[in-house]
Ligand binder design. Structure first.
Ligand code: SAH
Length: 252
């Protein structure tokens, strides 16, 4: 757990790994804007290597999933050149797609297995859902809920382009209290910040299931993992993070 605590705070502001990365990084960074001149393919391979070295990518299924998903095909054209910079990108409507290291941290933390059913709240443009879809494989399924219709439509098109339309269902609406229609889920992953753990989501977890949700104020939250064992719930804090707010009935 400690290494996560060490790496997450405030988008990697002061960790030694980050400093090393900054000095040698071939990627664009907000403070340096050095541009990687390789193809997207090369940039993706380099980014995943970096994520492994820094300890964010720790297992083979997650490594393969991050290599399989073309981030440049999930982001708006205006920011496409920065697809493999390890920081969040603007996706319009006041929303952002999480930095690749945050996606890696979350996908590793949810410990999903092949064949599982995953609910994602905050589908955005579908990148994170695509990575999770690769982890759960062809017998698993991801239900991604997005409250903003234009983003959900783009997510559907992106996922179809990536050949994942039959593995990810994009739903439009308020998922702040979960989405009961397809429950129970083996994993629920929330990609936006909740003021408290949304209780109805706990009820939608299968036995042994896990909920991953950033909980806290509007500006900083703690990535929280809750594991259901029968009627009991075990809660763990995984470290600080910063997400856009979960808006809706059980959100802000
Ligand atoms: N995982 C996404 C990025 C998530 S950004 C990706 O990889 O592209 C967080 C998203 O949560 C935003 O698109 C925002 O519109 C959405 N969101 C916020 N509150 C929500 C709610 N109650 N239900 C569903 N989506 C919500």
């Amino acid at each position: 757990m400690n290494h996560i605590l060490q790496f997450i705070p405030f988008g990697l502001v002061e960790t030694p790994a980050h400093k090393g990365y900054e000095q040698s990084s071939p990627f664009t960074r907000p403070e340096g804007w050095r541009v990687h001149r390789g193809t997207f393919e090369e940039q993706r391979a380099d980014l995943v290597k970096h994520l492994e070295r820094a300890g964010y990518v720790r297992t083979e299924p997650v490594r393969k999933a991050m290599l399989a998903v073309h981030r440049e095909e999930f982001v708006p054209t205006v920011v496409q050149q920065a697809s493999y910079a390890d920081h969040p990108l603007d996706i319009g409507h006041g929303q952002t797609i999480s930095a690749p290291h945050m996606v890696a941290i979350m996908v590793e933390a949810m410990r999903a297995k092949e064949g599982q059913r995953v609910l994602e709240i905050g589908g955005g443009l579908g990148y994170h859902a695509a990575v999770m879809a690769h982890v759960v494989g062809e017998y698993g399924h991801v239900f991604a809920v997005e409250r903003l219709e234009p983003l959900a439509e783009r997510a559907r098109a992106n996922l179809e382009g990536a050949g994942l339309a039959d593995r990810v269902t994009v739903l439009v609406g308020d998922g702040s209290c979960g989405w009961s229609e397809y429950a129970p889920y083996d994993r629920i992953s929330v990609a936006c910040a909740a003021p408290y753990v949304p209780e109805p989501m706990l009820m939608e977890l299968a036995d042994g299931g896990m909920l991953l949700v950033p909980v806290g104020g509007r500006y900083v939250q703690e990535l929280t993992r809750i594991t259901r064992v029968g009627t009991k719930f075990r809660k763990e804090g995984l470290g600080g993070c910063v997400f856009v707010p979960l808006v809706g009935k059980c959100g802000h």
